[in-house]
Ligand binder design. Sequence first.
Ligand code: MG
Length: 389
Amino acid sequence: MTVAAVIVAGGSGLRAGGERPKQYQVIGGKPVIWWTLKAFLDHPGVNHVQAVIGDGHEEMFAESTKGLAVPPPVTGGGSRQDSCRIGIEALEGHAPDKVLIHDAARPFVSSDLISHAIAWLDRFPAVIPGMPVTETVKYAPGGMIDRTVDRASLWTAQTPQGFGYGDILAAHRAAQASAAANLTDDASVAERAGIALAMVPGRIENRKLTTAEDIAQADRLMTTRSFAELSDIRMGQGIDIHSFEPGDAVTLLGVRIPFHQRLKGHSDADAAMHALTDAIFGAIGEGDIGVHFPPSDAQWKGAASRIFLEKAVSLLHAKGGVLANADITILAEAPKVAPHIPAMKAVLVPLLHLSPDRIAVKATTTEKLGAIGRGEGIMAFATVTVRLP
Ligand code: MG
């Protein structure tokens, strides 16, 4: 029996707030979708994984799945239902016997639940994991209680939902042909087609991340889990300074700030990103930027400093480590840095694989004292904590 998995990640996830859709927000050092895909890619019973992403999310997907051997995604449609159908259709060439359809926003799906879903598919045409409703359920249209609903046979539905491949493909096509819309899960599509669906036990931790609070809670949980295995705690520090020369902007932490001067240097002279990069190299005992990117090498002329930072982070990851936090202070008399701090943090979140509350960017002047105070350049300090196995 061959089993494929469709990971549905088409939503814009705006209820969770933040700079990006919820499936691309970072929990425990990795994007939500990274954890979800990894669970299926690592599972020995799953032969192929097909992700369905939102239009325009291609770059975010590529960046969020670095290091995973994930096949190319397909672009979904205007609704979850459309996206699922497109994902299922994309598997036609693989012709799997069974398909598991799973929400990208459920990163806590366990290997054990995936195994159970596959095993149950031997006994039933379709299986839906879920949780029996334990709280009293009220029917309250407009916020006023009309009546209490008998909860005895009520379940909430989770994913992965499992189906015979041909069955669910036909059911989705039939729903599309009759313009049946707003079917919020694949079970609803299958019910409409008269497929017998078994409700099987889900897992309480396999909840769907929806709100900003869900994301924050998931970050704490995932972080605690991964930190428990990474007991070697180290700190690193980095310092950098660049002087001004005539120009039209300075680049700090990847953000271009218009100014009548620029920072002089071989690369884009992003002193703050250099300090941060050196702090990471320092924490893992791997020298500094100069060792990895010699200024004598012409290929780094005018380079965007993010490539230096990406190198340091990838070396850390190669050692099985993660960052725990980064704290950066920029010393500048001018230009004003503070208004750009949110944009700088947005640059760093995906590069560092850290949630925003683990990144601090601060700016200060030196009260006109010294070279920085005389406006001759910009200096930056960075401290990081890393965790290694
Ligand atoms: Mg430098």
